[in-house]
Design a binder for this molecule. Structure first.
Ligand code: 3EB
Length: 325
């Protein structure tokens, strides 16, 4: 008698992730390249499903972020969706124009398409998503665009089946294209979500932050022992700390990152590829200096001009780092 199909339990191969100063078009010849992410108006994005351009200007040396697989990558398009996969990991990207400035509807549409595609694949488990929208702090109270984005994202996630939300970043650009970009990574195997002992889980934020709480985990650990760290800022409990004080916000952000990574028995910053989003370009040097002091062993740091989803927050840091087994 045939055995029932066994669930695949082999752990994932680690993904390579690096910042490189190379021409994107040359990279795309590699059939191990899962994704190439470029930043700002000077990045000329080759027409390839694996390429994403984030509309935030770099405030450090321009680099491209390259995700590499351990095996051969296939890629394609389905409607507005772009995908690539090596059978273990699925990279997905979608851009949705806001119709009538309706960021909620754009988010709902993007998420519904991402989830439908991943869940129909053999790589259905979302690990990490990045969200970039214009004018994230425009509008007051519950009408602020970030809050309406959160509502639409949650509506688009009604068919989301994993036990925990993916790690995420949501950052605002300075343009006025009103086009939402969401990209990210799903995998064959579930990740383990990590919450921060210093912070209330975002999906439990109280009503004062919006009608629908943000649907993301503070980090996701893959079974290849890679830690995908969500955007982290000076939020303690659920409250923003140190309004208008960059150095205190940085200090609090590092305390959050340290406690998050300590929850996985790791040390923040070791073998870490970091991104810092800086609201005021004039503060970029101070942010770069603080990161160099606190995470001297990072393998790369990219600074981007971007707005954090609460208007009092000046800086946010995300990243990926390898954990010891
Ligand atoms: C915070 O701690 C800061 O809505 O996807 C960080 C990471 C933040 C992800 C998201 C928001 C998001 O609430 C903001």
């Amino acid at each position: 008698m045939l055995e029932p199909m066994s669930q695949s339990t082999a752990p994932l191969s680690p993904l390579g992730v690096r910042y490189e100063q190379v021409d994107a078009a040359a990279l795309l010849h590699g059939d191990d390249v899962l994704a190439v992410i470029g930043f700002g108006s000077r990045f000329a994005a080759p027409d390839d499903p694996r390429v994403v351009r984030v509309a935030l200007e770099p405030l450090s040396e321009p680099v491209v972020e390259v995700w590499r697989s351990a095996s051969r990558v296939r890629s394609g398009r389905e409607g507005a969706l772009r995908w690539s996969s090596d059978g273990e990991y699925l990279f997905l990207a979608i851009e949705v124009d806001e119709i009538g400035d309706d960021i909620g509807a754009a988010a709902e549409s993007a998420y519904a398409q991402l989830i439908a595609f991943a869940e129909a694949s053999d790589t259905p488990h979302f690990l990490r998503l990045w969200n970039y929208l214009d004018a994230i702090n425009l509008g007051d109270g519950d009408e602020e665009r970030y809050r309406r984005f959160c509502e639409g994202r949650a509506r688009g996630m009604v068919d989301f089946h994993d036990a925990s939300y993916p790690a995420a970043t949501a950052i605002g650009g300075h343009g006025d294209a009103r086009r939402l970009l969401v990209y990210g990574i799903a995998a064959r195997n579930n990740g383990a979500s990590i919450e921060n002992p210093r912070q209330v889980s975002a999906w439990r934020y109280p009503r004062e932050y919006g009608r629908i709480a943000p649907t993301f985990a503070r980090a996701m650990r893959t079974d290849a022992d890679q830690l995908l760290i969500s955007g982290t800022a000076a939020v303690v409990g659920h409250a923003s700390r140190h309004e208008d004080d960059l150095s205190a916000q940085l200090h609090e952000t590092f305390a959050n990152l340290d406690s998050l990574v300590a929850a996985t028995h790791g040390t923040f910053g070791e073998r870490a590829l970091l991104k810092a989003y800086v609201r005021d370009c004039a503060q970029a040097d101070a942010v770069a200096h603080a990161i160099a002091m606190h995470a001297p062993h990072a393998s790369g740091v990219l600074l981007l001009a971007g707005d954090i989803c609460r208007r009092e927050l000046l800086v946010e840091i995300d990243g990926v780092q390898a954990l010891a087994r």
